[in-house]
Design a binder for this molecule. Sequence first.
Ligand code: PMP
Length: 430
Amino acid sequence: MTTHSETLFARAQITIPGGVNSPVRAFKAVGGTPRFINRADGPYMWDVDGNRYIDYINSWGPMVLGHNNAKIRQAVIDASEFGLSYGAPTEAEIIMAELVSKLVPSMEMVRMVNSGTEATMSAIRLARGYTARDKILKFEGCYHGHADSLLVKAGSGALTLGVPSSPGVPDDFAKHTLTVDFNNLDSVQAAFDEHGDDISCIIVEPVAGNMNCIPPVEGFLEGLRGICDHYGALLIFDEVMTGFRVSLGGAQERYSVEPDLTCLGKVIGGGMPVGAFGGKKKILTHIAPTGPIYQAGTLSGNPIAMAAGLAALSQLAEPGFYDSIFENTKILAEGIRDTAHRNNIPMSINVAGSMFGLFFTDVEHVTNYKQAINCNTAQFNQFYHAMLNEGVYFAPASYEAGFVSKMHTIDVVDATIEAADRAFKQITAK
Ligand code: PMP
């Protein structure tokens, strides 16, 4: 039963555009009524009608410890006893910067912000200001938040300048953004052959998580590093999704490639609205107040957010923390794929740490955007709703990565695979 969600959705649409504060929540891609949630704990969320779901969105990434983690909750309660915001420096911000530097050593200096969008937007301004170049290079299918320069898709020819992917983004901004193919170094080299002296930075999701889940092919990240070094451009890893998720030190640790700048979000806030960017000291000192490149935030480094983030990171840093999550993510994705195959449904999977992707396709190993968007969306949508009815909550769009938390124990994973079997049987029976 979803009566209460339906009522709330109808009411929400009167005063909130589309009834939601972030578009994908509206279920537009999969159809049906978005579930209004009023409680979450461990691997589960409950909607306002009392339905329980095993949650593989995990707030789109932050909840690597599972929902309602007791230590994070207590840290937030404790911090709130002393006031909610000061707009003045606190020791917690230093502890956070020191911890991030220790866990992600390429981040010699760290600036806190309030979202992933702010982190990427600020890192790009810094890269442009530092190099005194205007162009940036990004990859089709990668998402870096909704700043103007980043809401740009490829033009019609391989090497045309970018075109806005949203009304409201001026062509004059978009023309500074070059968009090339993920996992394709030739396309990157071609862009640098033509515009190398004007490109300030490459920004990349080192594991793409916004076109389903696509890890880098061997040599791709190393190749980007080499091209940046050759042309004097900065390499920015957008680790908003992968930071503290694909390993404690993020994708840069997992794949042993060091960027100049790193963007963080999601996990670093433990569920509070937080982002961060940082990198080499010689670059970070160029932002205000030590340098001329402007960047600021009324609530940046907020004491409650710092308390939540520190409580999260300190638990992740415990030895062996990631072992069971990585193991269970693999069991989950392989289990669902094998079950799909047993039901004669084509599927391939990608796994990177605690991120996974399910692709309804014959392609054995999906490595690029074209393959990702050519998957069977209709079949995914059927699967999505069948799983929702089974009490399993995946991202309501086929182009999103899935996330596993520490609380997704093997029992929860097994229950999910059994639910998937029933869902596939419903699909094939139609
Ligand atoms: N970068 C990446 C890789 C993301 O996945 C996201 C959000 N999903 C962002 C940036 C933007 O973060 P936020 O939604 O916190 O602004």
